[in-house]
Write a protein that binds this ligand. Structure first.
Ligand code: SF4
Length: 476
């Protein structure tokens, strides 16, 4: 990958927005559209009430049939937050009542036991454990320790399991970071979003650069193997000057990984976003300028683009895996771990075992009621058919390797790629014309610039997306 895809100045002190070439500027604007993040295919919105606990139990019981030993990934959702960030689209409950945690922990424990019982001995080592939310650090260290210890008694954890946690910098200090390390977390992700005080005020999430800097330094001292920072572009009050400053501050902290998400303003769907003044949002052109600048600055600072909004240092395991063609993608995003079955615990959590995907209710009271009565709180699911599995393989090959070889793929999936995907190959010509993919008689290759548009390229192979677009399926 070249140092930069844009003809920008290398002088990082220049804070005006760089001007992409017209073609690239047009591409960024054209594909700045909401779309799935493809942490699964089909996406979770394809779930219906017709798939539930019985299908999940069957999938759990048969996961080791034929000597299969797929590892397990475990996710725990903690819904509580002390205050609301106005851009938020997560499943959360805003409360200051920390005594709500005890009952929730009790439900998590019941849920873990129920899942383990359903699996009837077909559990394999957990190689990846992730806590997200909400705010996992809404819990005290003692509560987190109890939870992790309890889970380890139910599920076998691999000795070298990746254990990661999302941390709201406002909720921790150095002492807590050390405690989290002691509990076993070896990866940490800080939600920063933007360092500019005006932007922070506009989204109701105020935290100083100095406080984050202190935490990042401490995390490094305490031996966290990977430190991630989340930023968001397209927030209210963001300007090229303010975002340039945020990027420079971020780069000075030298995180191993950076996730750069685009803010999607959907106030009809996410109530907190109604408190964002639309007049404060950058327009379409402004968003493109922010994204273009972010890409340029991250690359100039030596970060490699992994795909789907993620950057990593060349030495980070994700960047190494990408170069070696070993990248994977699952519900927790890009990973170096081989495909694993996912067990999700907590309100709104998703599980995927074999070809069955299920989701817990998104209502906390319903979740707690179900578990209190001794039942899982599943409310919908999806059992993948053969077409889903074939398309899953194409989409993951594009997202992780940027390449699909027709002969190998056809042989592995018992299809003739050209005829199976005739319509999709025709649609890809649009991307080929723009230099984002190369199409040859033997395969598809995503170009260097094409990696920045990997989501719309993958969407070409998403059958449900086409059905939605043509009005034949429910809309997201
Ligand atoms: S962004 Fe995170 S901390 Fe803020 S309200 Fe949403 S879940 Fe809570």
């Amino acid at each position: 990958m070249p140092a930069t895809i844009f003809p920008f100045t290398k002088n990082s002190n220049v804070i005006s927005a760089p001007t992409p070439t017209p073609a690239l500027s047009e591409l960024l604007a054209r594909y700045d559209i909401p779309g799935p993040r493809y942490t699964s295919y089909p996406t979770i919105d394809q779930c219906t009430e017709s798939v539930g606990a019985i299908d999940f139990e069957d999938a759990l019981r048969s996961r080791c049939l034929g000597g299969l030993r797929r590892p397990m990934s475990l996710y725990v959702h903690v819904p509580f937050c002390e205050s609301v960030c106005y851009y938020c689209a997560c499943n959360k409950v805003v409360t200051k009542k920390h005594d709500r945690v005890a009952h929730y922990l009790n439900c998590l424990e019941r849920e873990a036991m129920l899942v383990a019982k359903m699996a009837a001995g077909n559990l394999t080592p957990v190689t990846q454990f992730h806590m997200g939310g909400g705010t996992p650090t809404f819990m005290t260290d003692q509560e987190l320790l109890g939870l992790v210890q309890g889970l380890k008694m139910v599920f076998p954890f691999a000795a070298n399991a990746e254990m990661s946690i999302e941390v709201d910098p406002r909720t921790v200090d150095e002492v807590r970071l050390l405690s989290l390390r002691g509990i076993g977390f070896n990866r940490i992700s800080f939600g920063v979003q933007d360092f500019d005080p005006c932007v922070q005020k506009a989204v109701h999430r105020e935290q100083s650069f100095e406080s984050v800097e202190l935490l990042m330094k401490a995390a490094r001292r305490f031996g966290y193997e990977s430190i991630n920072v989340d930023l968001i572009y397209g927030l209210p009050k963001q300007t090229p000057e303010s975002f340039a400053q945020t990027l420079d501050q971020l780069i000075s902290l030298s995180p191993d990984r950076v996730a750069m998400y685009g803010y999607a303003h959907m106030p009809d769907r996410f109530r907190p976003q109604r408190r964002i003044h639309e007049a404060d949002l950058p327009d379409a052109e402004g968003r493109v300028a922010l994204l273009a600048m972010a890409i340029e600055r991250m690359q100039s600072a030596g970060y490699e683009y992994i795909g789907m909004d993620h950057f990593a240092k060349p030495s980070d395991s994700l960047a190494v895996a990408k170069r070696q063609g070993r990248l994977h993608r699952n519900f927790q995003g890009y990973t170096t771990q081989p495909d694993a079955d996912l067990i999700g615990l907590g309100v709104s959590a998703i599980s995927k075992v074999g070809s069955v995907m299920v989701q817990n209710t998104r209502d906390l009271n319903e979740y707690e009621d179900s578990l209190s009565r001794g039942h899982l709180a599943l409310f919908r699911g999806h059992a993948c058919n053969r077409d889903d599995l074939i398309r899953y393989s194409v989409i993951m090959a594009l997202l992780c390797q940027g390449s699909v070889q027709f002969a190998d793929f056809s042989q592995s999936h018992w299809i003739d790629f050209d005829s199976y995907f005739g319509d999709e190959l025709a649609k890809l010509e649009e991307f080929m014309t723009q230099g984002l993919v190369t199409l040859t008689p033997t395969g598809i290759e995503v170009t260097t610039v094409g990696w920045f548009f990997i989501r719309p390229i993958a969407m070409v192979f998403d059958r449900y997306q086409h059905l939605r677009n043509s009005g034949q399926s429910k809309v997201l």
